[in-house]
Ligand binder design. Structure first.
Ligand code: NAD
Ligand code: WQD
Length: 334
């Protein structure tokens, strides 16, 4: 049995599909602060198999110990946390509380119950300003905002814990830019309020919930002047988690990139989404967004060697699947 914290969220729900599809049993632990229980009903529909849902907060160590013991969990996938860079600048204490303290309580609960296998959702944000590209896993680590600092602190906590007890098995997965949805269109990303991220915003323009996209800058050092990122299909990402879990059969601690290795510009994403949806995406060029960098993308050699995994889905597939979800659920899970 695998405990999936934050399993109702965007990436967690897709990971649940990947886990259930490979025959694993899953118990989701989520407080639904940024998700809907409907996502988990849909996951079960897609897989034709049940999962267990427990509502709770990862900062509640006693509740976690109870779940780990009651369901005989042998490993944990830890997605629960807050993820908005902007909000983390406005409310840093909330981010340290939910992300850092939440992860600490989870590790305590695992230690108390003898569960020592964990896959953690980290982010390419831990590489900070690029000193070279692609980012390899050896790229120096730094954080440029409170959200990034929480991820870096949790990574350090995990490495320290493994150093103190090498019977642990720890996978730190550094995601690049997850987009897309399960090919059924039944589950997908459902941001609350105005989306900060590019693809959810573009999708809401395509469906008519927003009038125009703001492109934050076209004077970057990139081929067309707009920002370049490594977008990865969320189902490729989910498959990467299943591969990481297999590798954790042996005690070890590793950090690995989950990206495609290829960068796409904002304008390329807009064009791919227009093709996928058959809708025009009107946009305005606006000044740069604070904190944004020109370009970043992943080195992928280590993931292929260590996990035997690599991303397979194209930008076109990411947009087509994202659009299937958005067009069949114009208001998300509401
Ligand atoms: P999400 O907000 O959709 O999912 C997070 C889930 O955790 C939600 O279901 C939320 O209700 C739950 N949660 C939050 N705080 C909790 C708490 N204290 N106790 C219990 N449950 C709680 O986000 P996501 O995009 O699925 O991201 C999942 C993880 O991956 C996060 O840790 C995020 O930082 C990380 N990550 C995301 C991205 C991205 O671009 N989406 C990139 C890199 C890393
Ligand atoms: C992508 C590109 C924008 C919105 C963030 C976090 C990162 C990780 C993934 C969690 C950039 C441009 C965007 C819009 C735009 N999350 N853009 N108009 O900033 O690369 O990464 O999400 O770990 O930590 O920082 O992703 O989707 O916000 O932006 O022009 O309305 O799209 O400037 O070039 P980002 P994004």
């Amino acid at each position: 049995m695998i405990l999936v914290t934050g399993g109702a969220g965007y990436i967690g729900s897709h990971a649940c599909v990947a886990l259930l599809s490979t025959g694993e049993d899953v118990v989701v632990f989520d407080n639904f602060c940024n998700s809907s229980p409907i996502a988990l009903e849909r996951v079960q529909k897609i897989c034709g198999r049940p999962l267990t849902v427990v509502e709770g907060d990862v900062r509640d160590q006693a509740a976690l110990e109870k779940v780990l013991t009651q369901y005989g969990c042998t490993s944990v996938m830890h997605f629960a946390g807050l993820k908005s860079v902007q909000d983390s600048v406005a409310q840093p204490l909330e981010y340290y509380d939910q992300n850092v303290i939440g992860s600490h309580r989870l590790l305590r609960a695992m230690q108390a119950t003898g569960v020592r296998k964990i896959v953690f959702s980290s982010s390419a944000t831990v590489y900070g300003t690029p000193q070279f590209l692609p980012y390899t896993e050896e790229h120096p680590l730094s954080a440029v905002n409170p959200y990034g600092r929480t991820k870096l602190m949790i990574e350090e906590m995990l490495r320290d814990q493994y150093a103190s007890d090498t019977s642990w098995a720890v996978a730190i997965l550094r995601y690049f830019n997850p987009v897309g949805a399960h090919e059924s269109g039944l589950i997908g990303e459902d941001p609350k309020g105005v989306p900060n991220n590019l693809v959810p915003f573009v999708a809401q323009v395509a469906i008519g919930r927003r009038e125009r996209l703001n492109i934050w800058g076209n004077d970057y050092e990139t081929p067309d002047g707009t920002g370049v990122r490594d977008y990865i299909h969320v189902m490729d990402l989910a498959a990467g988690h299943v591969s990481a879990l297999k590798v954790l059969d042996q005690p070890q601690c590793f950090s690995v990139n989950l990206g495609t290795g290829a960068g796409s510009s904002v304008l390329e994403v807009v064009r791919a989404f227009e093709t996928a949806s058959g809708r025009a995406i009107p946009f305005d060029i606006k000044p740069r967004r604070a904190g944004d960098i020109d370009a970043y993308y992943a080195a992928t050699d280590y993931a292929s060697k260590l996990l035997g995994w690599s991303a397979t889905r194209s930008l076109q597939t990411m947009c087509a699947d994202h659009w299937r979800w958005q067009s069949s659920n114009p208001n998300g899970y509401a």
